[in-house]
Design a binder for this molecule. Structure first.
Ligand code: ATP
Ligand code: MG
Length: 762
């Protein structure tokens, strides 16, 4: 022992400490769930700061969600013993990408005020392009093409790079052309999609070595959490930043002046000023040293369907020769039962590195993992609600409980139930609120005010509320825009100055254009929440809902109010809009004690005392589509997802399955998930309430009126028997065998293609 360790190092085990203190050179921490990988990263940053190795602005740290970034920042502050000013480069790949691109927008042919399109905008835009090509957009759906583009972007491919076969696969060989047109169109709109947030910086770095060199000098330390889920583009991006080639002569040592868009008038942030020589961090002279630390777990790679490459983690030592690889084996999160169940399950996967995991927390009083059965999802929600209320009665905080679903449609049932029970809950990981129609409309108004060239936003609200600007009028505006190569708003402005439009629509359009100009003029001087409210009033949008007699109207008005309220947390309209575009997991009511509801995908990295895993049925989990499209590797990814779910729990773990489920409107009787079979008996018990539906199953006569029950009593008995015989009897095994046969058939017919975006999960 050499001297007293810094307080933040206390309590770390020797391997963790090694990972924290090996600050120089490449480090890979490869370890199972709950072993403290994220904690190591956080402590490592604290250590770097506390020992003066770098300033906060010289650390690039990548987390998987915005929420994780916020938590990490707060945690570092605690460890260092003071609030951390800055850490401007701690965030997700996307949020860091936005920041880079705002600085260097003009190198990508954009203005720094560019808009970030969401999927909806993207699809509408693609649809226009597909139709403009004279193609049938039913035959060649924009949604499908959006997925293809996404896939290419995840691989870091610009139009000229995409494989011939891919290019041919869409729209009779027009794939490449359309992709090119799409990128051109984005440029005119001064807009980017999510993929561009990585793709543009990659290109900027590749084409401007001086810009790259600037960041090489800037980032002394690079850290990445959840490394197993980086996709190829993220990997390329990281590698550009982390690998420092011999700096070619001819480049001025200080690089060029920071690239700023002409319109960008904000002062250069202080973080950009290089530290004065006297206070330069010690590592300054080790310019070529690559101080990158990635942590991950191959068993938790769950984004293969979205292009993540678990191989990145396996390649680390090759990419960074001399890397220190550290394994952590002690799990600090879960009880022995939970860990035992999870380890046993994941052992069924073949393609894995294999890791040892143990815990010291083996208390004979710890509850086993509980498996529950329910008749259908309504009962599942009811039973789960009761379970939560029982825990609540025993003084368990709702904040310590989470329900993790395989597909987001499962949420509604729980939400309904919780509303009925008056149980606080929050949905994590989905832009649910912002996806509502009235919110999207309001945001479209704000977007046009913030960025006049945002044509998609303009189009969305040009006739909402109805102001007599129908299709014909919109077409006229489009024609002028195309002729002049101008944004729609500007074209509209030109159009109202001519006689081309009929008087009525012209007056309406003039009114709208002038309103936008007025609001834009107020942008800098009026508090943005006030302005937002004003926009919604003056545009007639609020009134539209006030005059609406439908049942939803009051709720929509409430949502609009909530939208304005939520803007208060941001300094400007632009800041708020950026937040909305990036929001994936932001929650505003953090102080409220509430059950968390989210998909398994968004639960990565989190932990809760009690975790509920509903819907463990074949077809839902493992999800049929993953099996169909991914075959064996699809199944293995589903199993990793199950592993992620199980390992989120610290103390109590409840798994549910129902024997009937309505999927896409159709009732189906279900088979318990094969994953249930893969949980070891020693760590699992069948919950008393569930066995043979003792607690929740009710006779048919007792079912709610109006609720169709497609199955006769015999089906009910059979399902119950399957369940009560869970771990031993032929009934169970028969079911198992049928599954296997069906799956084998699937495997036979499927290709290994699994990169496509599947419409569930996140
Ligand atoms: P995941 O793979 O799920 O992301 P992880 O490896 O990142 O897990 P952490 O979230 O960092 O694990 O840690 C899991 C839990 O164990 C946390 O509550 C953390 O505070 C705790 N923990 C980690 N290391 C230690 C330690 N040395 N002593 C006590 N608790 C620890
Ligand atoms: Mg983690």
């Amino acid at each position: 022992r050499q001297g007293a360790a810094a307080p933040y190092l206390e309590g770390l085990n020797p391997e963790q400490r090694l990972a924290v203190e090996t600050t120089e050179g490449p480090v890979l921490v490869l370890a199972g769930a709950g072993t403290g990988k994220t904690r190591v990263l956080t402590t490592r940053i604290a250590h770097i700061l506390a020992t003066g190795r770098a300033y906060p602005s010289q650390i690039l740290a990548v987390t998987f969600t915005n929420k994780a970034a916020r938590e990490m920042k707060a945690r570092i502050g605690v460890l260092v013993g003071q609030a951390i000013e800055g850490m401007p480069w701690l965030g997700t790949f996307h949020s860091i990408g936005v920041k880079l691109l705002r600085r260097h927008a003009e190198l990508a042919g954009l203005k720094s005020s560019f808009t970030i399109l969401d999927t909806d905008d993207q699809i509408r835009l693609l649809k226009q392009l597909i139709q403009a090509e004279g193609l049938d957009d039913k035959r060649w759906p924009a949604r499908q093409f959006a997925q293809m583009i996404d896939g290419w972007k995840n691989k870091g491919l610009v139009p000229k790079d995409i494989p011939e076969g891919d290019a041919r696969a869409f729209a009779n060989g027009k794939g490449r052309e359309l992709y090119t047109a799409y990128q051109e169109r984005l440029k005119t709109l001064n807009a980017v999609d999510f993929g561009d947030l990585l793709l543009h910086p990659i290109r900027i770095f590749r084409e401007n070595p001086d810009v790259l060199a600037e960041y090489h000098r800037k980032f002394k330390y690079i850290l990445v959490d959840e490394y197993q889920d980086t996709n190829t583009a993220q990997y390329l991006w990281l590698r550009l930043l982390a690998q420092r080639p011999q700096i070619k002569s001819g480049l001025p040592a200080e690089g060029r002046a920071r690239d700023r868009a002409p319109g960008d008038v904000s002062p250069a942030p202080a973080e950009d000023q290089p530290p004065q020589a006297a206070e330069r961090p010690v590592s300054e002279n080790k310019q070529q040293q690559i101080n990158i630390c990635c942590v991950g777990d191959d068993d938790q790679s769950i984004y293969g369907w979205r292009g993540a490459e678990v191989d990145n983690i396996l390649r680390f030592e090759k990419d960074f020769p001399g890397a220190t690889v550290i394994r952590l084996e002690r799990n600090y999160r879960s009880t022995a039962h939970i860990l035992g169940a999870a380890s046993h399950l994941i052992a069924h996967n073949e393609g894995r590195l294999g890791k040892t995991l143990f815990t010291d927390a083996a208390d004979p009083d710890d509850p086993k993992v509980k498996v529950h059965a329910a008749w259908d999802s309504e009962e599942e929600a009811r039973a789960l609600g009761e379970e939560i209320e029982a825990l609540q009665a025993k003084e368990h905080a709702l904040n310590d409980m989470a329900i993790l679903v395989r597909a987001s449609f499962q949420m509604r049932e729980f939400e309904d139930r919780f509303v009925t029970l008056g149980l606080n809950y929050r949905v994590i990981g989905g832009p649910r609120f912002y996806e509502r129609m009235e919110i999207r409309d309001a945001l479209a108004y704000f977007r046009v005010v913030a960025q006049g060239a945002d044509d998609l936003a303009f189009e969305r609200i040009v006739n909402v509320p109805k102001r007599g600007l129908g299709e014909a009028a919109v077409r006229q505006i489009h024609d002028v825009a195309r002729m002049r190569g101008a944004p729609l708003l500007q074209a509209a402005r030109d159009l109202v100055g001519t006689e081309e439009m009929k008087p009525k629509p012209r007056a309406a359009l003039r009114n709208l254009v002038e309103s936008f100009e007025r609001w834009q003029g107020m942008l800098e001087r009026t508090p943005h929440t006030e302005l937002a409210e004003l926009i919604l009033e003056e545009s007639g949008y609020t009134d539209m809902w006030k005059n609406d007699r439908s049942a939803e109207a009051p709720g929509r008005l409430e949502n609009l109010k909530e939208l304005i309220r939520s803007m208060e947390e941001y300094e400007s309209l632009r800041g708020f809009l950026e937040h909305v575009a990036l929001v994936m997991d932001a929650e505003r009511d953090e102080e409220l004690d509430a059950v968390s509801l989210m998909t398994l995908h968004s639960a990565k990295g989190l932990e809760f005392d009690t975790v509920f895993l509903p819907g463990w049925e074949e077809g839902l989990f493992p999800h049929q589509r993953a099996l169909d499209e991914g075959g064996r590797s699809g199944l293995e990814e589903e199993r990793r997802l199950a592993y992620v779910g199980l390992t989120r729990a610290k103390k109590n773990l409840h798994v549910w399955f129902t024997s009937n489920r309505r999927i896409h409107g159709l009732w189906q009787s279900t088979i318990p998930s094969r994953f249930l079979d893969e949980l070891p008996e020693a760590h699992v018990e069948v919950a008393e309430d569930g066995g043979a539906y003792g607690g929740y199953g009710r006779p048919l006569g007792d079912r709610q009126p109006g609720r169709p029950n497609p199955y006769g009593p015999s089906r009910f008995d059979e399902a119950a028997e399957v369940f009560s015989s869970t771990y031993a009897t032929p009934g169970w095994q028969r079911a198992q065998k049928n599954r296997t046969d069906a799956t084998a058939r699937n495997w036979g017919t499927r290709s290994g293609h699994q990169v496509e975006r599947i419409g569930y999960g996140e």
